[in-house]
Write a protein that binds this ligand. Structure first.
Ligand code: G3I
Length: 381
């Protein structure tokens, strides 16, 4: 093939030409070209019909405000809605940060995913274990606490929060079952060990009652989102059981943290395998969203052009979402590379800066930004 253009050269050219376009020209642009050049992800979202979002910290800093307004049409609360952040004691719920976030998102006309009502592994209610240890009947007490939390929090934002991550990461961190005992990597799933799998249905039913119009999601951390992978198949089976029991689940979030290294599916996996998995979920009658996408750059250090290799991973995930009709949104887990949780998380801080996102530390668009735009624009509305 004469004059083979490498991916990185093409992506670099695309990024350069995007940066070269004066903002006014880009803003006036009616339709984005297939490459996405000259378009913000907000414009790509409008054209493709796929929501494009970023994780939003409690503080909602000035840089986040400018980044979000220019680049996204959706946000997910990174920590504000977690039980440990809202309830420091069994008797109290602090709505200050969540009220601020909901009001801001609505003022900016950003679709808000409230993450998450129940998560056993991290940021669970710090007082919960002690509360159950002193309860006469722990199962009844826990059922009551879950119903109270869900009803109170979802009810307060009735009509204001479009999507709830009702349950986060119910399945074992690795494998197909549940965390039924404490391990060095993860605490046991206290919801499951006290109530069995039924805790999931109870939480969804309480949420539906508290806000019949909100869309209710189960959000899961999959290392290999592929039909045939044990944990991915366990999630398909769980969703099938919930739908069969007429549990009001509307959607499934696939987190897509590409953090395990090049053995992780987000590196070698093809667009086709991820699309096939999203289609399998869609056939169960749920919508699907990519909910926490980030790609650790240091894991690609051996590539000739790590930033282009990172962009190729983002492209594969965005293309799969565009091609799979059940996919309604793609969210990256932070806005600027400087925002990322990976730089402070014990297992990944050693490779900081991980530079896993779409905007660099100065808020400039990376090759990955362009790659997500082009991937999502494969969606023919
Ligand atoms: O709020 C406390 C504060 O009171 C305290 O002073 C401070 C210092 O210790 O810690 C603060 O809590 C931190 C919390 O983020 C809020 O900022 C925790 O230490 C910190 O571990 C926590 O990290 C979050 C992480 O979940 C662990 O729970 C990250 O910001 C967040 O991005 C990350 O997000 C999760 C998703 O919710 C679920 N999927 C996996 C993803 C990555 O772990």
């Amino acid at each position: 093939m004469a004059g083979r253009v490498t991916t990185s050269a093409l992506l670099a050219a695309l990024a350069l030409s995007a940066a070269a376009l004066p903002a006014s020209a880009a803003a006036k642009q009616k339709r984005c070209p297939a490459s996405g050049v000259g378009c913000s992800l907000k414009q790509v979202a409008a054209q493709s019909g796929i929501f494009v979002g970023a994780a939003l910290s409690n503080k909602i800093s000035a840089t986040e405000k400018s980044d979000i307004a220019a680049n996204f049409n959706a946000v997910t609360s990174e920590n504000a809605f977690k039980w440990s952040e809202m309830s420091k004691t069994a008797a109290t719920t602090d709505f200050a940060a969540t009220d601020r976030m909901v009001a801001w998102a609505r003022a900016k006309k950003l679709r808000l995913r409230a993450h998450t009502l129940l998560w056993h592994r991290l940021q669970n209610a710090p007082w919960l274990k002690a509360e159950l240890a002193t309860a006469g009947d722990p199962a009844t007490r826990l059922r009551q606490l879950i119903a109270e939390r869900v009803t109170k929090v979802v009810g307060r934002y009735r009509g204001k929060v479009e999507i709830w991550d009702v349950i986060n990461e119910p399945l074992a961190i690795f494998g197909a079952g549940y965390d039924s005992e404490e391990t060095p990597l993860t605490p046991k799933n206290i919801f499951y060990t006290t109530l069995g799998e039924g805790y999931i249905a109870s939480a969804f039913r309480s949420a539906r009652k508290a806000d019949p119009k909100a869309r209710l999601f189960l959000n899961e951390l999959l290392w290999d989102a592929r039909v045939g992978d044990p944990k991915s198949d366990a999630l398909l089976a769980l969703v099938a059981r919930l739908k069969k029991a007429r549990v009001p689940i509307d959607g499934v979030g696939i987190q897509a943290h590409a953090m395990l290294g090049t053995s992780s599916p987000w590196f070698p996996s093809t667009t086709a395998s991820l699309k096939r998995y999203i289609d399998a979920l869609g056939r169960l009658g749920v919508k699907v969203e990519i909910t926490e996408l980030d790609v650790r750059l240091p894991l690609l250090a051996d590539q000739p052009d790590p930033l282009a290799a990172q962009a190729a991973v983002f492209r594969r995930v965005a293309s799969a979402c565009a091609q799979a009709r059940a996919c309604t949104g793609l969210t990256v887990w932070g806005q600027r590379d400087s925002d990322s949780w990976l730089d402070s998380y014990s297992l990944t801080s050693a490779t900081a800066p991980n530079s896993p996102l779409l905007l660099d530390r100065e808020g400039k668009r990376k090759l990955a930004y362009q790659a997500v735009a082009a991937g999502l624009l494969e969606r023919r509305r």
